[in-house]
Ligand binder design. Structure first.
Ligand SMILES: Cc1ncc(C[n+]2csc(CCOP(=O)(O)OP(=O)(O)O)c2C)c(N)n1
Ligand code: SF4
Ligand SMILES: [Mg+2]
Length: 305
């Protein structure tokens, strides 16, 4: 089992990011995944600092604002054996990185995206993020927000994500189970995590969420898993309909899961069978000063008559 070690951290006291970090670490340890095969990729933001704060010895890549999914895609395709987890803020993934967020869904790459949804740009002092509702005025804004909000769950489902869930940063046990399910899922997973930012967002606070949140799995007839192709449309409609519920009651849990869709790795294998044997990370680059990269089988396969 991987050891925990003390770790420096500069998030504000009470920040929801602590719960996300703890849930992620516990999920990795409980799944028994070899930590040297785990790569946590982040963008820029308070959320983006997460790879530095892990106390388990994972590999971390702190990338550019909005580009974590693009880096993660390259990492996963270079070495499909890795467990790749993207962490990004709502500004990072749904503002500047929205194009990558949508494109990743169309590919269904086998990785996990964890959205730190705090309604604000925490690192840059609380400007309105794409998840902040129109008309809302957290203490960091001089006037109410005039833009409409993006619905991350609905956007992910309509982009092609095949595991879509919502968690709550202060329910670490529940979030940990969602992360474990997302890692085990074949295909691209989104977990939209409601993450209070006590420093800038005085609307969506812990007290506010605690009164409203309920778990989808407590509904007697809730079954988000697609078991046969004919069920896809019905399950998508139900999941999107549920994602619109916001106000007195806010659902968390799994909204949609469909493992019948081929992952990007499976699509590549079907299209270029040699690729997975010669992925970039598995190639020797040089031996005794001589280039040893073997791409001939790949080139042969890509030849057009
Ligand atoms: C290309 C680029 N544009 C703008 C910035 C400035 N910037 C840094 S973090 C950030 C927003 C952070 O908000 P969010 O993604 O929601 O993360 P949080 O801090 O809330 O976790 C911005 C605009 C940047 N670093 N790079
Ligand atoms: S500004 Fe908000 S999101 Fe950033 S560390 Fe502080 S509480 Fe957390
Ligand atoms: Mg944010």
């Amino acid at each position: 089992m991987a050891a925990f070690k003390p770790q420096w951290n500069d998030w504000c006291p009470g920040c929801g990011n602590f719960g996300i970090l703890n849930a992620e670490q516990q999920a990795i340890i409980e799944l028994g995944v070899d930590t040297k095969n785990v790569v946590v990729v982040s963008g820029i933001g308070c959320s983006g600092k997460i790879p530095h704060f892990f106390r388990t010895p994972i590999s971390g890549v702190h990338t550019l604002h909005g580009r974590a999914i693009a880096f993660a895609t390259g990492i996963k395709l270079s070495n499909p054996d890795l467990v790749v987890i993207v962490n990004g803020g709502d500004g990072d993934l749904l503002g500047i990185g929205a194009g990558h967020f949508v494109a990743a869904g169309r590919r269904n790459i086998d990785m996990v995206v964890i959205l730190h949804n705090n309604g604000v740009y925490g690192l840059t002092k609380g400007q309105a993020a794409p998840t902040l509702k129109r008309g809302e005025k957290p203490k960091s804004l001089p006037r109410p927000n005039i833009n409409d909000a993006v619905n991350p769950v609905a956007l992910a489902i309509s982009s092609g994500y095949t595991f879509v869930a919502r968690g709550y940063a202060y329910d670490v046990k529940h979030l940990k189970e969602l992360i474990k399910s997302a890692i085990k899922h074949k295909g691209l997973a989104l977990i939209d995590v409601l993450q209070p930012c006590p420093t800038y967002n005085d609307i969506n606070t812990k007290e506010w969420y605690d009164k409203r949140i309920y778990k989808l799995e407590t509904l007697p007839d809730w079954d988000p898993v697609v078991k046969k192709p004919e069920e896809v449309n019905e399950k998508i409609k139900k999941a999107i309909d549920k994602s619109l519920e916001w106000g007195d009651r806010i659902p968390i849990g799994i909204f949609y899961q469909n493992e019948l869709v081929p992952s990007y790795e499976e699509r590549i294998k079907a299209n270029s069978p040699a690729y997975l044997d010669y992925t970039p990370a598995k190639q020797l680059i040089e031996k005794e000063g001589k280039l040893t990269t073997i791409i001939d089988p790949l080139l042969k396969e890509r030849e057009v008559d």
